[in-house]
Design a protein around this ligand. Structure first.
Ligand code: BGC
Ligand code: CA
Length: 325
């Protein structure tokens, strides 16, 4: 009798500890709301939370790490069951991990990758993202195959690819690895890449437009054979600058292939109009829903759904004129 009672009690305790999805409260910190890709990501997380019946609250870090740190504290004080964090500075992830650990709640990082060492310090810390090198390689391959299929793209007929590189935020794994692997892929394809100019444009369209404008003025558009941008927004900024010089407006004599990464709607539109060569799908839906599913299952103490060790990797995909390759 007593044994039955104890077993029943233990069972009740175990069940009590195991929250239902509709009891799960997620606190999600986004590095900056005003980012076209993170907008898609946020929408995907909201949709998945709704589907699972979990509550999600999103905070805008406004590209400021100390603002985000306060938001993490506020979520913890508020009693969220799990955190999803898109860190402003991925190298600041350790202190966020420490806070989650002290509070005893799981933390799922997205889009900006903490180091392996950081993730290893807490058994309930995970990362959901896409392999940056993959997108770099695929973007480089798009340029290389265009260059091979269009002999006129080699404007100075030297067999080499004279290109401009527009880079995302400093320190971001996507900026470092996309830059490296896109150029690497051009080499792999047997074409010698020559970087005419490169600059950090912080993922931002306007910044990229201004920088590109400067490069067009100093280098001359007739000497530029490609623009490789770490994301679509910067590719679109470069295209604005080119269009202002009557480039990429439909005249095949005045065209520079431009590639980005993300496959945002505005980039697909530019591709349909023939202004942009291609992009690589950065699967916000896949990453957003995987992050929420993982967060909910961790909060319910039901294991790490979908994770392989500390990670969930969502694949990239090449996109040319709206058609997946
Ligand atoms: C996306 C960028 C975005 C950045 C934000 C990258 O993966 O390609 O468009 O600005 O993440 O961290
Ligand atoms: Ca050339």
């Amino acid at each position: 009798m007593r044994k039955v009672l104890i077993v029943t009690l233990m069972l009740m305790l175990a069940l009590g500890a195991c929250a239902h999805a509709d009891d799960v409260k997620i606190g999600a910190c986004i590095y900056r709301f005003n980012d076209a890709f993170m907008l898609r990501f946020r929408q995907a997380m909201q949709a998945e939370s709704e589907k699972l019946g979990a509550k999600i609250e999103l905070a805008d870090g406004q590209d400021n790490q100390s603002t985000q740190d306060e938001q993490v504290d506020a979520f913890i004080a508020d009693g969220v069951n799990v955190l999803i964090v898109n860190p402003v500075d991925r190298m600041s992830s350790q202190s966020i991990i420490d806070k989650a650990k002290t509070a005893g709640i799981p933390v799922v990082f997205i889009n900006r990758e903490p180091t392996e060492e950081m993730l290893a310090t807490y058994d309930k810390a995970y990362y959901v993202g896409a392999k940056a090198e993959e997108s770099g390689t695929e973007a480089g391959e798009l340029v290389a195959s265009y260059f091979k299929a269009h002999p006129e793209a080699d404007k100075n007929k030297d067999g080499k690819l004279q290109f401009i590189l527009l880079k995302g935020q400093n320190g971001h794994q996507d900026m470092i690895l996309r830059s490296k692997y896109s150029v690497e892929a051009v080499k792999e394809a047997g074409i010698e890449p020559v970087e005419l100019a490169g600059a950090i444009a912080n993922w931002d369209k306007l910044e990229a437009m201004k920088i590109m404008n400067g490069f067009i003025m100093s280098i001359g558009p007739e000497n530029i054979e490609a623009v490789i941008a770490n994301n679509d927004e910067m590719a679109l900024g470069a295209i604005e600058a080119l269009k202002a010089q009557d480039y990429n407006t439909g005249n095949p004599e005045a065209y520079i292939p431009v590639v980005g990464v993300d496959a945002n709607a505005s980039a697909l539109e530019a591709m349909d109009k023939g202004e942009m060569l291609g992009t690589v799908l950065n699967d916000a839906d896949g990453q957003g829903s995987a992050a929420v599913k993982l967060a909910v299952s961790l909060a319910k103490n039901a294991g790490a759904e979908g994770a392989d060790g500390k990670y969930i990797w969502v694949p990239y995909q090449k996109v040319v004129r709206g058609e997946k390759q």
